[in-house]
Design a binder for this molecule. Structure first.
Ligand SMILES: *[C@@H]1O[C@H](CO)[C@@H](O)[C@H](O)[C@H]1NC(C)=O
Ligand SMILES: *[C@@H]1O[C@H](CO)[C@@H](O)[C@H](O)[C@H]1NC(C)=O
Ligand SMILES: *[C@@H]1O[C@H](CO)[C@@H](O)[C@H](O)[C@H]1NC(C)=O
Ligand SMILES: *[C@@H]1O[C@H](CO)[C@@H](O)[C@H](O)[C@H]1NC(C)=O
Ligand SMILES: *[C@@H]1O[C@H](CO)[C@@H](O)[C@H](O)[C@H]1NC(C)=O
Ligand SMILES: *[C@@H]1O[C@H](CO)[C@@H](O)[C@H](O)[C@H]1NC(C)=O
Ligand SMILES: *[C@@H]1O[C@H](CO)[C@@H](O)[C@H](O)[C@H]1NC(C)=O
Length: 333
């Protein structure tokens, strides 16, 4: 279908006033309008064509799952912006010249459209890292959901992110698109939002009406790993390198209590495995029994298994297993 036909069949809503964006009956509807599937224009589709905040339509305390959706919406904005920038900066030939298939630009535009649709569904770096981390934080958000409708909406969104990831593995990386029997589950969704999408958000760039993101946030110390001494794959020793906190520009390190034991807890599939963590050498070992599929996620905790939110003292970090060649994206040399 040509763009003209798309626009004719489903006009891009030009009324981008906040009243329109807060009215579910105003503007194109995800699942009904092709604007959220195969629009290939460069300008941002509704509702992403305006970044003005949509104020709450009623006063009072947040209702069930409102904070969950506020966090998810912020993550969708970060993902949308990543793809929108790609659509604006490149064209078909940019990717063909790099040896990618001639549908690559169109697919990136389509993923951008899907993410814009997510902005509409929820009122209010590296491509694989965005997709796999969103798949992992959705498993955590699902544990917070209070209503069944929220849980099923999250599953449906995770399925869409997983299609994006599958496409990238096939067409961009030329790799096996499957990641074993289960992707990795992780309970603490906001910790993932903090390390991934929050790092794309420039401090002060969001409307002041917005709550802190993610909400709530533990502001935990973050780390990468030394990729000259670790493969980032199962069985490899690993040295963590603490990272600068982008708000304070200081390297933030947990307040380790001397004499107390700390652990590196590795999550993969639906299980986790705990290894000792040496606070003197900042090192541990990636469990050898894991397969090298999908992602491995690691946190430093003061309790084996990191059974509570507060037991996590640093992290998480995502060790990307597929594509294997891109492991260095999260490791530093
Ligand atoms: C794509 O962008 C490049 C670089 O800006 C430009 O030279 C080229 O003409 C563009 N190709 C098309 C088909 O627009
Ligand atoms: C894209 O590539 C395929 C095969 O590589 C080719 O058959 C097709 O004609 C190409 N399409 C365009 C629009 O260049
Ligand atoms: C969720 O679904 C289950 C099974 O249908 C039902 O028993 C339960 O009441 C539902 N929960 C809510 C909060 O609607
Ligand atoms: C990584 O390890 C190598 C070899 O031990 C060392 O030379 C380098 O300084 C380390 N990098 C960081 C950032 O710690
Ligand atoms: C990561 O990249 C560095 C620098 O390019 C390289 O020396 C190192 O071998 C790479 N590590 C892995 C695990 O590929
Ligand atoms: C461990 O990390 C701390 C904090 O970044 C750093 O000062 C120390 O040098 C690191 N130790 C090793 C052995 O890399
Ligand atoms: C890790 O696994 C242990 C043992 O199965 C479990 O008790 C713990 O809750 C898990 N941790 C998380 C964060 O899910």
């Amino acid at each position: 279908m040509s763009l003209a036909a798309v626009v004719f069949a489903a006009p891009v809503q030009t009324d981008t006033s906040t009243s329109c964006r807060s009215d579910p009956d105003c503007g194109p509807v995800p699942g009904e309008s092709s604007i959220y599937s195969d629009y290939t224009g460069k300008s941002a589709p509704f509702p992403a064509d305006s970044t003005a905040p949509v104020p709450a339509t009623t006063a009072g305390p947040a209702r069930e799952d409102d904070i969950l959706f506020q966090n998810l919406l912020s993550a969708e904005w970060a993902a949308f912006s990543f793809y929108q920038q790609g659509v604006e900066a490149f064209n078909e030939s940019s990717f063909i010249d790099l040896g990618f298939t001639n549908t690559t630009y169109q697919r990136i535009a389509e993923i951008r459209d899907n993410e814009a649709g997510h902005l509409r569904i929820f009122p209010g770096f590296d491509l694989n890292i965005i997709e796999v981390s969103s798949m992992a934080f959705l498993t955590g958000l699902a544990q917070q959901a209070k209503t069944n409708a929220t849980t099923s909406a999250l599953v449906a969104i995770a399925e869409t992110e997983s299609r994006h990831e599958t496409w990238a593995l096939i067409d961009i990386w030329g790799e096996d698109p499957f990641a074993g029997p289960a992707d990795t589950t992780f309970a603490y969704a906001n910790q993932i939002l903090y390390i991934t999408t929050a790092s794309f958000i420039i401090p002060g760039s969001c409307p002041s009406e917005n709550p802190a993101y993610p909400n709530p946030s533990q502001n935990l110390p973050q780390f990468d790993y030394n990729s000259t001494t670790s493969t980032g794959h199962p069985g490899s020793p690993i040295t963590f390198v603490y990272r600068e906190n982008k708000y304070t520009s200081k390297i933030s390190v947990p307040d380790y209590v001397s004499g107390k034991d700390y652990y590196a807890v590795f999550f993969h599939g639906v299980n986790n495995i705990t290894e000792p963590y040496d606070t003197k050498t900042n090192s541990s070992v990636i469990p050898a029994v894991f397969d090298s599929k999908g992602i491995i996620l690691v946190v430093i905790a003061d309790t084996p298994g990191a059974p509570t939110l507060d037991s996590v003292v640093a992290g998480p970090m995502i060790l990307l297993q597929q594509p294997a060649s891109a492991t260095n994206i999260t490791g530093i040399a």
